[in-house]
Design a binder for this molecule. Structure first.
Ligand SMILES: Cc1cc2nc3c(=O)[nH]c(=O)nc-3n(C[C@H](O)[C@H](O)[C@H](O)COP(=O)(O)OP(=O)(O)OC[C@H]3O[C@@H](n4cnc5c(N)ncnc54)[C@H](O)[C@@H]3O)c2cc1C
Ligand SMILES: *[C@@H]1O[C@H](CO)[C@@H](O)[C@H](O)[C@H]1NC(C)=O
Ligand SMILES: *[C@@H]1O[C@H](CO)[C@@H](O)[C@H](O)[C@H]1NC(C)=O
Ligand SMILES: *[C@@H]1O[C@H](CO)[C@@H](O)[C@H](O)[C@H]1NC(C)=O
Ligand SMILES: *[C@@H]1O[C@H](CO)[C@@H](O)[C@H](O)[C@H]1NC(C)=O
Ligand SMILES: *[C@@H]1O[C@H](CO)[C@@H](O)[C@H](O)[C@H]1NC(C)=O
Ligand SMILES: *[C@@H]1O[C@H](CO)[C@@H](O)[C@H](O)[C@H]1NC(C)=O
Length: 525
């Protein structure tokens, strides 16, 4: 590709003739090399080079890796972001740029070695919280800044009696960060991932252009960015679909000894659900006491006693969680409705527990767990998480090989297992899923205060088990260090992904921490 060659040449030439010692070293006076445009537009005033700022931007939730940027931008407008990207794009010496939402990445995806990290939350400081709700039917929606967190989106929309239909388990994640992945939870089977519930986006592309895109306009960019791992543009606004919000939820917990009964019932609950069934379905493993406490605390002491006696004779218990939404109009019939939905299911007799919760209390359930872990000093620890999508046809092999063998003695955080329907995903988007009608989200939420390497080994063992057994699983929140890894991950979508990169971020400036494109010097560590 001639363009790449000349660019690399340009870089090398500048590198060699530059009077400034090293482009890659830590000591070089990066700030005095600011492209003229940044200085003239006074963007320099919103760039910080001090250790406080760069150290903050060198971390993420995973606590497995640390990469220092040269600077952090605290943008006061979308224009600031565009100016920054343009200046890198047109510079002799491009620098990489990573949008930092809530930095709940796990493997450095939000970092930019020697580049500029954009502290997205700053967009929120100069004006009112950037959420505008349209409460006129038929198309309810919210225009939400890419930096906003879902808990704030929920509060803002509830004031209008509305709510996004599709969620993540945890709500302190940014809109831009989750839409760059997919955004999944127990509602995904019914409404699709969060990326399936977006009408329109404002994006700053890798050329610094501010573009509005949707299925109708600039659709290539729209599909690229959703699930695009930050590779094609920075999301500064998303128009999110809204539905009328329920007030309360009926929350059912069902326990199983038998894995095939557990999956059969889950698959039944997510099929032929024309709005009459449950609104949310997840599943998890119960291996010991820690799985009863942990993030989740829905079992009463009496229930726990009963479950302990089950655990005494069963190494592994499977747990389905399902909720039915209701409001004051449907309240009188909701119990009957839930009972009818539970009829014919194969949970252990006597182990269908029901409870009520407010809608917000239910959606924000993980936050209680967070506060608990924070109090114990177990939140800011290493998180070698693994999240994979396993095709339904092989989930029982996965149970045998992974839950019962590789993971048999490991309880370092909850394990979730729940199915989703492929037809709720849009294949034109960048997100990658297995090729099967139904697939399971399997999520190992691992945490370790000190040694975490052995947990990474567990992850590797699981992945190699899948390869050996011919289980065509796909990683969610993927991380690969080789081109082959990424090519295999994207499969038939790889060439389109590369083509999209050439169109929207031809110099490879954006989200270098994903390590997908590494041929340019500024993309490397
Ligand atoms: C406790 C916890 C719970 C989680 N629960 C769920 C869950 O239930 N469901 C689920 O789907 N995921 C879940 N995740 C994963 C989460 O969705 C991703 O890690 C997501 O990236 C987090 O958002 P963030 O704002 O922290 O993103 P960041 O870590 O800040 O960024 C992630 C990536 O997106 C890029 N990026 C950030 N903002 C933008 C933007 N505005 N435009 C373009 N690119 C951007 C970054 O450069 C980076 O490459 C969870 C993670 C944690 C730590
Ligand atoms: C960095 O943090 C320290 C300690 O909080 C503070 O004293 C110092 O002023 C900060 N420096 C800058 C440049 O913000
Ligand atoms: C919300 O509306 C205000 C006023 O019209 C506008 O300035 C702002 O950009 C909007 N925010 C979003 C995220 O669309
Ligand atoms: C934006 O500001 C509001 C009001 O101060 C705050 O509640 C909210 O959490 C902020 N959001 C982000 C993403 O910083
Ligand atoms: C129901 O919820 C309440 C409050 O959240 C809790 O105290 C109680 O233990 C729960 N009961 C059952 C049966 O789960
Ligand atoms: C039901 O709830 C709605 C919305 O909160 C409220 O406006 C209405 O008055 C309530 N109706 C009854 C019968 O309580
Ligand atoms: C798990 O622990 C049991 C009992 O301590 C032991 O017999 C078994 O070999 C262990 N399994 C694995 C896979 O480590």
């Amino acid at each position: 590709m001639p363009r790449r060659c000349s660019l690399t040449f340009f870089f090398l030439a500048t590198f060699v003739i530059s009077p400034l010692t090293s482009v890659v070293g830590q000591q070089r006076p990066w700030s005095t090399m600011l492209p003229q445009e940044l200085v003239e537009l006074d963007l320099a005033a919103r760039l910080r080079f001090d250790k406080n700022a760069t150290t903050m931007a060198s971390t993420d939730f995973g606590h497995l890796t640390q990469v220092l940027p040269a600077a952090v931008l605290y943008p006061s407008s979308v224009q600031d972001i565009s100016t920054l990207v343009k200046s890198s794009f047109s510079s002799y010496l491009p620098f990489s740029i990573a949008a930092r939402g809530q930095a709940h990445s796990l493997k450095g995806q939000v970092m930019a070695h020697n580049g500029v990290v954009i502290h997205m939350g700053s967009l929120n400081q100069t004006q009112e919280i950037r959420i505008n709700v349209s409460s006129s039917p038929p198309n309810f929606y919210a225009d939400v800044g890419g930096e906003q967190i879902w808990i704030d989106v929920l509060s803002a929309t509830l004031r209008h009696g509305l709510s996004p239909p599709s969620w993540t388990d945890y709500l302190y994640l940014s809109v831009g960060g989750t839409l760059s992945n997919a955004g999944i939870s127990g509602q995904t089977f019914l409404h699709g991932p969060q990326i399936s519930n977006v009408y329109e986006l404002d994006v700053v592309t890798g050329k610094g252009k501010i573009v509005t895109c949707s299925k109708q306009h600039n659709s290539k960019l729209f599909y690229a960015v959703l699930g695009g791992l930050g590779q094609f543009g920075i999301i500064t606004r998303a128009r999110i679909a809204l539905h009328p919000a329920p007030q309360k939820v009926k929350w059912a917990h069902l326990l199983y000894k038998d894995f095939s009964a557990f999956t059969r019932d889950q698959e039944h609950l997510i099929s032929s659900n024309n709005g009459e069934g449950f609104d949310y379905v997840e599943g998890s493993l119960i291996r010991d006491e820690s799985d009863l406490d942990d993030w989740r605390s829905f079992f009463s002491e009496k229930d726990k006693e009963k479950i302990r006696s089950l655990l005494a004779t069963n190494h592994l218990i499977y747990h389905i969680e399902a909720t039915k939404y209701y409001d004051n109009v449907t309240a009188p019939t909701v119990d009957k409705k839930v009972d009818s939905l539970l009829k014919g299911l194969s949970f252990i007799p006597g182990f269908a527990l029901k409870n009520d919760s407010s809608y917000v209390g239910f959606l924000n359930r993980v936050h209680d767990g967070e506060l608990k872990l924070r109090r114990k000093g177990l939140w800011e620890v290493h998180h070698p998480w693994m999240n994979i999508f396993v095709p339904k046809s092989r989930i029982s092999d996965f149970n045998e090989g992974v839950f019962k063998k590789i993971e048999r003695n490991s309880t370092t955080g909850p394990v979730f297992v729940y199915p989703m329907n492929q037809n709720k995903w849009d294949e034109r988007m960048s997100a990658v899923i297995p090729e099967e009608d139904v697939f399971y989200n399997v999520l190992f939420l691992r945490a370790a205060k000190n040694d975490w390497e052995y947990l990474e080994d567990q992850n590797k063992k699981i992945l190699s088990f899948c390869v050996k057994a011919g289980i065509k699983a796909k990683e969610y929140l993927p991380h690969y260090t080789t081109k082959k890894g990424w090519k295999d991950h994207f499969g038939p979508k790889w060439s389109k992904f590369v083509e999209r990169k050439k169109s929207f971020d031809p110099k490879g400036l954006l989200s270098p921490g994903q390590k997908i494109f590494t041929s340019m010097p500024w993309q490397r560590k």
